[in-house]
Design a protein around this ligand. Structure first.
Ligand code: DGL
Length: 281
């Protein structure tokens, strides 16, 4: 168990796996003095092929753990978790929850051809959450929703620039370009780590849009609301936890984070421990 922090500057971040590190990097740039606790639920990834009930239960357990560990804000760095279960999570957790979601609104504002491709997990594509985003922001634009089975697993294994990943991406992306898409939404935080390969396929003219910077700015605003930010504080630190094997996770975390980091085991047991104080009745 991570020791609860007494200071007003701890943010808990979680994802089904290592993809949310793309959000954590943006958070670190935006919020230099904040302490982050990051949980990769890689022992249960991918969420994209899990039933919604599983995702809902799991993210409440993880958020509960983060509150118990001293988080004052929770950042959901997983589009699948957001689009499937964010309302249930917000109804249960008594601290602010900032959540990444597919960047359909900015993509619709950017497209010139009126065709936008959205790359996301199967569960996100089928979710009520993405249907709502399409209804609210997608009027007058063709939104091509492309499920991408297998991509999360590749990033979990650190296979970012292999021939096989490139071929896989080509099969997913070329049909979208052939239908006139000039803008692609990376609707899964894992895919951000594949952006250089995606760019090689699209060429320089296509807009590639993801949400990590927007989430970091929103988190900073919420921290301001909590009066949690003291600009004179020393630089914050990161605690990295995984539900898979730390020795397997450590090189992948270090690769994606861009420097060697220590990764510790989060026992499923700990993440399931009830912390009634943080749960709304
Ligand atoms: N990074 C998660 C997302 O943004 C991946 C979900 C999964 O494990 O399928 O959706």
């Amino acid at each position: 168990m991570v020791k609860p922090s007494a200071s007003l500057q701890t943010v808990g971040v979680f994802d089904s796996g290592v993809g949310g590190l793309s959000v954590l990097k943006a958070l670190r740039r935006e919020c230099p003095s904040i302490n982050f606790i990051y949980i990769a639920d890689s022992g249960n990834a991918p969420y994209g092929s899990r039933p919604p009930e599983f995702i809902e239960k799991r993210i409440i357990e993880i958020a509960d753990y983060l509150v118990g560990a001293g988080a004052q804000i929770i950042v959901v760095a997983c589009n699948t978790a957001t689009t499937v279960a964010i309302e249930k999570l917000r109804a249960r957790i008594a601290i602010p929850v900032v959540a990444v979601e597919p960047a359909i609104k900015p993509a619709v504002a950017r497209t010139k051809t009126g065709v936008v491709g959205v790359l996301a997990t199967e569960r996100t594509i089928e979710s009520a959450g993405i249907a709502k985003l399409c209804r609210e922001f997608g009027q007058g634009v063709a939104l091509l929703l492309q499920p991408c089975p297998g991509l999360v697993e590749r990033v979990e294994r650190g296979e970012l620039a292999t021939d096989s990943t490139r071929e896989h991406l080509c099969k997913l992306i070329q049909p979208l370009l052939a239908q006139g898409a000039d803008t692609l939404v990376l609707g899964c935080t894992h895919y951000v780590f594949l952006e250089p390969e995606i760019r090689r396929i699209t060429g320089p003219e296509i807009n590639i849009i993801e949400s990590s910077e927007a989430v970091a700015r929103q988190t900073m605003r919420r921290l301001g609301d909590c009066e949690a930010v003291d600009l004179d504080l020393k630089p914050g630190d990161e605690t990295f936890l995984t539900t898979s094997l730390p020795e397997v996770a450590q090189p992948i975390f270090s690769l994606l984070w861009g420097g060697s980091v220590e990764v510790r085991k989060l026992e499923n047991r700990s993440a399931c421990a009830s912390n009634l104080a943080c749960i709304r009745a």
